[in-house]
Design a protein around this ligand. Structure first.
Ligand code: NAD
Length: 391
């Protein structure tokens, strides 16, 4: 990806404006963390040092996270979650919009030297206050910013889908490996109790081998002028954005990757919205253990479910993929798990694995596997043929 993504698209869609800036830190060496306060003015330094050490006075250091792209998800979920996390905190931002930089600076006590824009982003390499760069930009921009962050020596979290091509995923993985930093995907549901229970039920064969999985994840798009409907920035339609949760759900139910795909596109009922990406898509995935998954995703429906049938029992979550309010039951009764801040759990889990030098449970390789599946689903829908997958 290049900076072309920051320029206004010449086509009809009035796009999002700028982006900005960021912060930075060096890789992970925890001893470096204490240096951050030396770079700040005294009151900022005090605030940041308190954040680093935890409000409860705990001596454990927190990793500094810089959010890249201050859109809906960063604003509504990630920044609030970073106020609750134990192992990391919001240390910096990267935005192309100066007014957002000012608002965030005030709201979250972010020191000036931890605020970057897309042009000076690479200077984040000299900022020891930033340990982790979290890329929360339109899908096609994940690769560029992940690679730049890796070259700056920062650990990276990339939002889903990891990228818009398998080749970009590989470049991201290579860049992180070459620079000795970790790469994780923003797969929050791996840290969420209802979905964790589904993983257990399926993978541990609590009700015997899984036979069938059904999943749908959709929402109604009401505005045609968003990057999610722009093929170049989004890589595709609801499949890339929402259907990826169904792919994930089926894979973490079985603990397997599918060996073949069939698919078809749904009808286009709003051609003025869906002239570049699909409106609705249906697909089936066959798993090596014999399970079949029947899935769908649309930008013209509202649904969020994941169900499984095994030899001796069943389960279902509905909603399955929302930020909260999940509900579930099994053939033995209602599930009753705590409702958690998913993003806080995810960020704490990812920070912990970095601090303990352990592998991420949602690594870049998983993100790349999923993008390979998404591409196979599109290939199957376009060709009408069953598409085999080898791993
Ligand atoms: P958004 O449209 O609300 O925000 C996108 C941000 O990117 C904005 O701040 C915008 O200014 C910036 N940007 C920079 N260059 C841009 C360009 N050329 N065109 C458009 N925007 C540009 O989107 P969002 O909902 O915050 O999604 C961002 C990423 O986060 C996506 O990859 C999405 O899939 C992912 N996401 C994940 C979850 C989750 O639950 N894990 C939820 C929502 C979004």
């Amino acid at each position: 990806m290049t900076n072309k993504h920051f320029r206004k698209s010449p086509n009809r869609r009035e796009f999002i404006k700028g982006v900005s800036l960021a912060l930075g830190t060096t890789a992970l060496g925890l001893p470096l963390l204490s240096m951050s306060s030396c770079q700040q003015g005294s009151s900022d330094a005090t605030v940041q040092q308190e954040q680093r050490e935890g409000a409860n006075g705990s001596s454990r250091k927190k990793l500094g996270v810089a959010l890249v792209g201050l859109g809906g998800y960063s604003t509504g979920q990630l920044a609030p979650a970073l106020q609750e996390t134990e192992n990391c905190y919001l240390a910096g931002i990267v935005t192309g919009t100066p007014s957002k930089a000012e608002t965030w600076k005030q709201k979250y006590n972010i020191p000036d030297q931890n605020i970057y824009n897309y042009e000076n982003f690479d200077q984040i390499k000299d900022n020891p206050a930033i340990d982790v760069v979290y890329v929360v930009l339109p899908n096609a921009m994940h690769a560029e910013y992940t690679i730049r962050a890796a070259k700056a020596g920062k650990h990276v979290i990339s939002e889903k889908p990891m990228a818009t091509s398998v080749e970009d995923c590989q470049r991201m993985i290579d860049a992180c490996n070459e620079n000795n930093v970790t790469l994780s995907i923003g797969y929050r549901l791996h840290y969420e109790p209802y979905n964790q229970r589904v993983m257990e039920l399926g993978q541990q064969k609590v009700f015997g081998a899984v036979r069938k999985i059904e999943s749908g994840n959709s929402f109604v798009v009401g505005n045609p002028d968003i990057w999610r409907l722009d093929k170049e920035l989004a890589g595709g339609g609801p499949l890339m954005d929402m259907g990826i949760y169904c792919v994930q759900g089926a894979c973490y139910t079985t603990g397997e990757s599918p060996v073949s795909i069939t698919a078809r596109f749904g009808k286009v009922t709003k051609p003025d919205f869906f002239d570049e990406v699909e409106e609705t898509i249906f697909w089936q995935m066959e798993f090596p253990g014999g399970a079949m998954a029947d899935c769908r995703s649309s930008y013209n429906a509202s649904e969020s479910y994941l169900s499984g049938e095994a030899e001796n029992g069943w389960w279902k979550l509905n909603p399955a993929y929302a930020y909260g309010g999940l509900q579930g039951e099994t053939s033995e009764g209602r599930m009753d798990f705590p409702h958690v801040n998913q993003q806080a759990r995810q960020l704490d889990g990812q920070a912990q694995s970095i601090m303990e030098n352990k592998a991420s449970i949602v690594p870049g390789e998983m993100g790349m596997r999923d993008v390979k599946i998404l591409m196979a689903i599109y290939e199957a829908a376009k060709s009408g043929q069953k598409v085999p997958l080898t791993w």
